[in-house]
Design a protein around this ligand. Structure first.
Ligand code: C5P
Length: 244
C-alpha cells in the first residue's frame, strides 16, 4: 500500500482547509471531504482539490430511497473523486442503485464503499437504541460487509477490529477503510472502537482515516509522517518475516 492514510478535512470552510493543506508544503495527502466542508463549499472545493492532484474521498454517507441515491450518485460521479460512500443499512437495492448511478455518470474508477456501523457505535447502543439484538457488533458489521460485496461495492468503512472477519468473509481484495485511529498517547474524543496505526497495520486495514489527531495537532505534517511510519514498520517487519 503506497499511502494508507486518508486525512479527514473536518473544517468549517474551504479557507481553513486550504490553510491546513498548505502546512504540508507540497505533499498531497489522500484527503476526505465530509458533510461539514461539502455543505459549506459544495462541488467547487472538490474541483479545487482535484485540480491540485489530491486524491479525494467524498464522505457523504448517502442513505435514502434507491432512486434518490441513484440520481445523487449520477451527479457526484461527474466530479471525479477517488472514493465515495453510502450507508449499508440503506439495503442491497440502495447500494446497487448507488453503483449504477456512479457507472452511469462515467465514474468507472471511483471506489464505492459502504459504512457498516459508525465507529462511534458500541454494543450497548446497537442493542438498546438501534434494537439490533440478533447479532453482536462484529456479526452485524460482517453481515453488512457481505451485503455490500454482493451489491457490487468495492469495500466498507469499519473499525480495525472487524477487518479480519470481513476479509475472511469477503476476500482480501475487498477494501477496509477504518476511522477511529489514534496514536497511543492521543485523546480518544467521541470514537469508541479505536485502534493505533500499528494495530491497524497488523489487522490488515487498507486505509486509515485520521481526522483530529492530525488536524488539531500543532504540527500536522509531523503527526501524518509518524502515522505512516508506524504503519510501514509493521509491513516491513512482515515482509522480512520468513512466515509472511
Ligand atoms: O477526528 P477523527 O479521527 O475521529 O475523525 C474520523 C473521521 O472519520 C470523521 O470525519 C468521521 O466523520 C469519519 N467517520 C467515522 N466513522 C465512520 C465513518 C466515518 O469516524 N464509521
Amino acid at each position: 500500500m503506497e499511502n494508507p492514510v486518508i486525512v479527514a478535512l473536518d473544517f468549517e470552510n474551504g479557507k481553513k482547509a486550504k490553510e491546513f493543506l498548505l502546512s504540508f508544503e507540497g505533499v498531497t495527502p489522500f484527503v476526505k471531504v465530509g458533510m461539514e466542508l461539502f455543505y459549506a463549499e459544495g462541488i467547487s472545493f472538490l474541483s479545487w482539490l482535484k485540480e491540485r492532484k489530491f486524491p479525494v474521498f467524498l464522505d457523504l454517507k448517502l442513505h435514502d430511497i434507491p432512486t434518490t441515491v441513484y440520481k445523487s450518485m449520477k451527479v457526484l460521479g461527474t466530479v471525479g473523486v477517488d472514493m465515495i460512500n453510502v450507508h449499508a443499512s440503506g439495503g442491497t437495492n440502495m447500494m446497487k442503485a448507488a453503483k449504477e448511478g456512479l457507472l452511469d455518470s462515467g465514474a468507472h474508477q471511483t471506489k464505492l464503499i459502504a459504512v457498516t456501523q459508525l465507529t462511534s457505535t458500541d454494543e450497548k447502543m446497537l442493542s438498546d437504541e438501534l434494537l439490533i439484538q440478533q447479532s453482536n457488533l462484529l456479526e452485524c458489521v460482517t453481515h453488512y460487509a457481505e451485503l455490500a460485496k454482493q451489491a457490487g461495492l468495492d469495500g466498507v468503512v469499519c473499525s480495525a477490529h472487524e477487518v479480519k472477519s470481513i476479509k475472511e468473509t469477503c476476500g482480501n481484495s475487498f477494501l477496509t477503510v477504518t476511522p477511529g485511529i489514534r496514536l497511543s498517547n492521543q485523546q480518544v474524543h467521541d470514537q469508541v472502537r479505536i485502534s493505533t496505526p500499528h494495530d491497524a497495520a497488523l489487522k490488515g486495514v487498507d486505509y486509515m482515516v485520521v481526522g483530529r489527531s492530525i488536524t488539531q495537532s500543532a504540527n500536522p505534517a509531523d503527526v501524518y509522517g509518524k502515522i505512516i511510519n508506524e504503519w510501514r514498520e509493521v509491513h516491513e517487519n512482515n515482509n522480512r518475516s520468513p512466515i509472511a
